[in-house]
Ligand binder design. Structure first.
Ligand SMILES: O=C(CO)COP(=O)(O)O
Length: 147
């Protein structure tokens, strides 16, 4: 079975909630690779005592790196505890990450309840593979330069 990977990301006011959640669900994630933005990843690694693929910090491009991994087919689930009460300097990157997850048909959990549903899902632990989106209309579309 293909290696499953999840991405864990949290804004500062949500980091404790995500770290506590990840520790509580450690067993369910034992066989699953973890990617994370820089600061979230450091906290998760320390708390879970397991390796995490740490990318750049969110405001420095980490959200975009996670988005790129989604586009490359490396991420099966995005758990992103974004802060609904505080604007972020990199709001456009956050919107871009959520957009790319929607585009590539990746499940996204934005809070503990949805993360609980998804981490317990037999879809994540079995050999279910979601449909890959079909972009052929886009790659083959006619542009004004075509005759
Ligand atoms: O800002 C983030 C997500 O938008 C998270 O970045 P850090 O994990 O580096 O704090």
């Amino acid at each position: 079975m293909k290696q499953r990977n999840i991405a864990l990301v949290a804004h500062d006011n949500k980091k404790k909630e995500l770290v506590d959640w990840a520790v509580a669900k450690a067993e369910l994630m034992a066989e699953i690779g973890i990617f994370a933005t820089g600061t979230t990843g450091r906290l998760i690694e320390d708390a879970m005592k397991r390796p995490v693929n740490r990318l750049l910090s969110g405001p420095l491009g980490g959200d975009q790196q996670i988005g790129a991994k989604i586009a490359e087919g490396e991420i099966d689930l995005l758990i992103f505890f974004w802060d609904p009460l505080e604007p972020q300097p990199h709001d456009p990157d956050i919107k871009a990450l959520l957009r790319i997850a929607a585009l590539y048909n990746i499940p996204v959990a934005c809070n503990k309840a949805s993360a609980d549903y998804m981490i317990h899902s037999p879809l994540l632990h079995g050999d279910y593979v979601p449909d890959e989106p079909d972009f052929s209309d886009y790659t083959l579309r006619k542009t004004p330069i075509d005759k």
